[in-house]
Design a protein around this ligand. Structure first.
Ligand code: HEC
Length: 284
């Protein structure tokens, strides 16, 4: 009996010391919260397991609708191109400032297949303390399933097939909240995902390169015609030119206007507002 009591007190004291040490550690500021300072391997493994188990447990309860309708897949493609490539990339895109800078890193969804129910759950609810937003706060389930359906196709598409599908899609459309073709809220980030193709490679980057990039379109449109431009008014050029512009962009710093091209080919320019790159101007 006595030894039991002693053991019990020992455990309580031990736990209190641990709790105190944890408190001191938290308060001390010793922990480096920087996204450029990776977790220790065991910490990472624990967090990864925590995330995977949490998602799998919830995703398993979902009823998966029919995801084979090509019209729905194409609809999902338009939204993916407008909202996701800055972090999750698209065929032919090596990386972006966001994909490089985020920790945990966003998976490259143009090479990695994610099960539809897993994708749906993550897109709808997001992932805490990571860059992955909860899109369900602004988007209905049907639209989210369409994106999950598109994600099943995405890794099998090459850059040309991807662009063709985006050109066929209705762009950024999920039934409310998104900015329409001529109703953009004009902020810097807007230029990162035009309705006209994939130029999200420089998402969230400096203001000047957007202006720069779009100024290059007019001269380049003729010389570059690759046969499929009739079907896709501006998507292929938009992407190719963005690569070139990116390398030159650092040299210009004085542009105060940015321009972007709409799906119908019209070029719009507006003053650049320095905004948080995470707030891309699309109000969902
Ligand atoms: C600001 C960057 C960002 C944007 C924009 C973003 N994501 Fe993510 N996403 C992430 C990050 C970071 C993770 C990984 C989080 C983690 O590992 O804990 C992630 C994870 C995911 C996953 C889970 C992948 C897996 O293997 O578990 C899916 C699916 C996904 N995102 C889909 C999307 C879709 C679809 C969109 C567009 C509607 C989107 N994301 C927009 C940052 C982003």
């Amino acid at each position: 009996m006595k030894s039991h009591t002693r053991k019990f007190i020992g455990v309580i004291v031990g736990l209190s010391v641990l709790a105190l040490a944890a408190g001191v550690f938290v308060w001390s500021g010793l922990y480096n919260i920087g996204a450029d300072d990776p977790h220790f391997r065991p910490t990472y493994a624990i967090l990864e397991t925590l995330r995977d188990r949490s998602i799998e447990t919830r995703a398993a309860k979902l009823e998966i609708p029919d995801l084979s309708d090509p019209a729905k897949i194409t609809q999902g493609a338009g939204n993916y191109n407008a909202m996701c490539i800055g972090c999750h990339l698209s065929p032919g895109m090596a990386d972006s400032e966001l994909s490089k800078g985020l920790y945990p890193a966003p998976p490259n969804l143009s090479t990695e297949v994610v099960k539809p129910e897993h994708a749906f759950w993550v897109i709808k609810h997001g992932i805490k303390a990571s860059g992955m937003p909860a899109w369900g706060k602004s988007m209905g389930d049907d639209y989210i399933w369409n994106m999950a359906a598109f994600l099943q196709k995405l890794p099998s598409l090459d850059a040309a097939e991807y662009k063709a599908m985006i050109a066929q899609s209705s762009g950024h459309s999920h039934g409310g909240g998104e900015t329409g073709a001529h109703e953009h809220s004009h902020s810097e980030g807007e230029a990162q995902h035009d309705d006209d193709g994939q130029d999200g490679g420089h998402a969230g980057s400096g203001l000047d390169e957007h202006a720069d990039k779009h100024e290059m379109h007019p001269q380049s449109d003729e010389g570059k015609s690759s046969g499929d431009t009739d079907a896709m008014p501006s998507a292929p050029e938009a992407h190719e030119q963005s690569e070139v512009a990116a390398s030159e962009s650092d040299k210009t710093g004085e542009e105060l206007m940015t321009k972007h091209r709409h799906a119908d080919g019209t070029l719009e320019s507006h003053p650049v507002k320095p905004t948080d790159p995470a707030n891309d101007g699309h109000k969902h």
